[in-house]
Design a protein around this ligand. Structure first.
Ligand code: AMP
Ligand code: GLY
Length: 420
C-alpha cells in the first residue's frame, strides 16, 4: 500500500515510525515531514494546509491511503476534498471535525445527547457572558469557540479574571474569528486523561489511553503548552473506567454525530476529567494527541496500517487491538522560552546516543537540517520515548535517554509520569 502522511511534528514522526513497520506498506511519503520522519518516509515539501496540492500529489503518486496528523486540514475539509476525488483518507469530514473545530458545536452536541461534560453556555455578547459567570461563580473556564493553537481555554480563578478573558476574546478579538463566540463553563476538579478511539462511522473501538502533562513546569506549574510529556497507559484509567468511557462517552458521541448527519471516521480523542461524579469530557479532538500518540504507538503490538485503512474506508474493525506489555513514556525537550517566543536553528547533539539505549526512540517534533547538522526548528523539539516493563522502568529509561541529548536552552519537565 502506498501511503501519504500529512504533518511534520512528533505525532507524525510516531505515525511514520509505526507505519514503516507494516509489511503491507510499499511506499511512504510525508508532507512536509521532518528530519526524523525522513528516516522512514520520502518527505515532500508541501505544507499541511495546502490541501489542493496534497490531493494532486496523492493522485499523481497513486497513493492508496492518506493519513492526516494535525487538526487544521481536517477542520478545513481535506477529507471532503480527497473523497470527492475518490482518494481514501484517514480522518473525519469537515462536518464531523467540527467536534474539535467548534467548541460551541461540541458542547451543544453533548448537551443534546446526554454526554457528560461541564455545565456551560455559549455567548457572542460580553455582558451576557459576564452575567453567566456570576451565575456559576469562579473558578470557571472561558473558551474561544474555534481553533486557537491550544491557547483558547482560559482557566479563571476569579470573576475579575473571567471578565478579562471575555474581553480578550469578544472585545479585543485576541483569537480573531475563532474567539468571536465563547463557551463559559464550570471548572471541573479531578485528574485528566486522553482517551483515543478509532471509528469507522459504524463501529468504534478503544485505541489507547495516555496521560498528558500540559503545564510547562514541574508540579503542573506555569502556562499550558501543547504537552510536555505523556505516559501510556494512564495509571488512573483502569479497565472498568475505560469500559465506562466507551459506554457513556465514546459510543454515544459517535452515535450522536451519525444522528446529526455527520458520521465520524477517524481518530476521536476525548480529553477527560475523572471527577468524583465519573468521567466527563473536557474537550474532543479530531486527531491523535501530541505527545500522547508517541507513547501510545510505542505500545501498540498490531499493525497500524490496516486499522487506519479499515476506519478510512468504513470496513470492519477488529473487536480490540493488541498491546505490548508494560508502559511507554515520552518526555518532550523544548526550546528556551517555549510556550512563549523561542530561538531556532540551534544545533542538537546526542540523538543517536539516546537511541543507542535499547527501548528508546527519539521522535522529532521541531527539527530541521542545516548544512547537514540537526538543528532546532520549533518550540517542542524532540520527544524522547521509552518502553519498559512498568511505568517507572519506562520513565527511568526515557530520562536516561534525555540525559544524552543537548541543545542550548533545552528545557523539559523532570516529573513526567512521576507525579505519584
Ligand atoms: P482544552 O483546550 O479545552 O483542552 O483546555 C485546555 C486545558 O484547560 C485542559 O487540558 C484542562 O487542563 C483545562 N480545562 C479546560 N476546561 C476545563 C474545565 N471545565 N475544568 C477544569 N479544567 C479545564
Ligand atoms: N497533547 C494535547 C493535544 O494534542 O491536544
Amino acid at each position: 500500500m502506498r501511503v501519504l502522511l500529512i504533518g511534520g511534528g512528533g505525532r507524525e514522526h510516531a505515525l511514520a515510525w509505526k507505519l514503516a513497520q507494516s509489511p503491507r506498506l510499499s511506499a511512504l511519503y510525508a508532507a512536509p515531514g521532518n528530519p526524523g520522519i525522513a528516516r522512514h518516509a520520502t518527505c515532500v515539501p508541501i505544507k499541511a494546509d495546502r490541501i489542493d496540492a496534497l490531493a494532486a500529489f496523492a493522485e499523481r503518486e497513486r497513493v492508496d491511503l492518506t493519513v492526516v496528523g494535525p487538526e487544521a486540514p481536517l477542520v478545513a475539509g481535506i477529507v471532503d476534498l480527497f473523497q470527492s476525488r475518490g482518494l481514501a483518507i484517514f480522518g473525519p469530514s469537515r462536518a464531523a471535525a467540527a467536534i474539535e473545530g467548534s467548541k460551541a458545536f461540541a458542547k451543544a452536541l453533548m448537551a443534546k445527547h446526554g454526554i457528560p461534560t461541564a455545565r456551560f453556555r455559549t455567548f457572542g455578547e460580553p455582558a451576557a457572558a459576564r452575567g453567566y459567570c456570576r451565575t456559576i461563580g469562579a473558578p470557571l473556564v472561558v473558551k474561544a469557540d474555534g481553533l486557537a493553537a491550544g491557547k483558547g481555554a482560559i482557566v479563571c480563578a476569579t470573576l475579575a479574571e473571567a471578565d478579562e478573558a471575555i474581553a480578550l476574546c469578544l472585545e479585543h478579538r485576541a483569537f480573531g474569528a475563532a474567539g468571536a463566540t465563547v463557551v463559559v463553563e464550570e471548572f471541573m476538579r479531578g485528574e485528566e486523561a486522553s482517551f483515543f478511539a478509532l471509528s469507522s462511522g459504524a463501529e468504534v473501538i478503544p485505541l489507547g489511553v495516555a496521560q498528558d502533562h500540559k503545564r510547562v513546569y514541574d508540579g503542573d506549574q506555569g502556562p499550558n503548552t501543547g504537552g510536555m510529556g505523556a505516559c501510556s497507559p494512564a495509571p488512573i484509567v483502569d479497565e472498568p473506567t475505560a469500559a465506562l468511557v466507551m459506554e457513556r462517552i465514546i459510543r454515544p458521541t459517535i452515535r450522536a454525530l451519525a444522528a446529526e448527519g455527520r458520521p465520524y471516521r477517524g481518530l476521536l480523542y476525548a480529553g477527560l476529567m475523572l471527577t468524583s461524579k465519573g468521567p466527563k469530557v473536557v474537550e474532543f479532538n479530531c486527531r491523535f494527541g501530541d505527545p500522547e500518540c508517541q507513547a501510545v504507538l510505542m505500545r501498540l503490538a498490531d499493525d497500524l496500517l490496516p486499522l487506519l485503512h479499515a476506519a478510512a474506508t468504513g470496513a470492519a474493525l477488529p473487536m480490540s487491538v493488541t498491546w505490548g506489555t508494560g508502559a511507554a513514556v515520552c518526555v518532550v525537550l523544548a526550546s528556551q522560552g517555549y510556550p512563549g517566543e523561542y530561538p531556532t536553528g540551534l544545533p542538537i547533539a546526542g540523538v543517536d546516543e539516546a537511541e543507542a539505549l535499547p527501548g528508546v526512540v527519539v521522535f522529532h517534533a521541531g527539527t530541521a537540517r542545516k548544512d547537514g547538522t540537526l538543528v532546532t526548528a520549533g518550540g517542542r523539539v524532540l520527544g524522547v520515548t521509552a518502553r519498559g516493563d512498568s511505568v517507572s522502568a519506562a520513565t527511568d529509561l526515557a530520562y536516561r535517554g534525555v540525559d544524552r541529548v543537548c541543545f542550548q536552552g533545552m528545557h523539559y519537565r523532570k516529573d513526567i509520569a512521576r507525579r505519584r
